[in-house]
Write a protein that binds this ligand. Structure first.
Ligand code: APR
Length: 237
């Protein structure tokens, strides 16, 4: 199946963990997924951070190491190529915290759940997040902000508000075609984006090996792996 993209289309893409699966990074909710060995409440909530920052940093340090070893796959490159064709008529929002989209060449890109390669002050003191790819062996190695607060991963924990929601809403309102790739449709507000796009009449396409939880909201479901299907999904005119 091919999706036609015309010269008047504006494309909004939402990606989830599935797009990085073929790069060797585990998804969250698979049987052998990232959450399988962890209770989310122990590693990805504000309470976990207050209770045991060493455990949180251990988890995110291991994810940093895995992401640094991974390479973009054909699905990441296909989206960068689509952006090169469409320019400002393309926007990519990812739930992923790895940097594989950037490394494939994507530029009009927003990380709504944060970025593994950055850290920020735990006190939200107003300092911008800093680049930080360090794989910490212990909490003693973790630096502090100028205000004295400890650096925490620049990750949106469960219960925190995703980043740049105003911008995301503006971009969805402009889109005539929404493509959602490799996300189970179980985490909000991302799982609602398809509904917002439908309200303004956009075509909505999901690509992944199985239908997501919010499948009924899509106008098309394309079943398959992102790395195999995405490079030949679009027909530009
Ligand atoms: N190509 C495309 N999709 C795939 C592939 C693949 N090769 N392999 C797996 N998938 C799909 C699965 O079918 C599943 O629907 O990717 C999806 C992954 O779902 P989740 O593990 O729930 O990941 P995601 O939806 O990105 O999670 C959303 O939840 O835990 C939080 O903050 C975390 O950003 C994450 C959010």
């Amino acid at each position: 199946m091919q999706i036609p993209v015309t010269s008047s289309d504006r494309v909004f893409v939402l990606t989830g963990a599935g797009i990085s699966a073929e790069s060797g990074l585990p998804t969250f909710r698979a049987e052998d997924g990232l959450w399988a060995g962890h209770r989310v409440e122990d590693v990805c909530t504000p309470e976990a951070w207050s209770r045991n920052p060493a455990l949180v940093w251990n988890f995110y340090s291991r994810r940093r190491a895995a992401a640094q070893d991974a390479q973009p796959n054909p699905a990441h490159f296909a989206l960068a190529e689509l952006e090169a064709q469409l320019g400002d008529r393309f926007f990519l929002c990812t739930q992923n915290v790895d940097d594989l989209h950037e490394r494939a060449g994507s530029m009009r890109l927003l990380h709504m759940h944060g970025e593994l390669a950055r850290s920020r002050c735990e006190r939200e003191c107003g300092q911008s997040p800093v680049e930080d790819c360090t794989i910490y062996a212990s909490l003693d190695e973790v630096g502090h902000c100028v205000c004295g607060g400890r650096l925490r991963p620049h990750i949106v924990f469960f219960g925190e508000t995703p980043l740049e929601m105003d911008r995301i809403q503006q971009e969805i309102a402009k889109a005539t075609l929404m493509l959602v790739v490799g996300t189970s449709g179980s985490v909000y507000p991302a799982a609602n984006f398809v509904h917002w796009a439908r309200r303004t009449g956009a075509r909505t396409v999901y690509l992944g090996p199985e239908p997501p939880l919010n499948a009924s909201a899509f106008t098309h479901i394309v079943e398959g792996k992102a790395g195999e299907m995405l490079p030949r999904l679009f027909q530009l005119s």
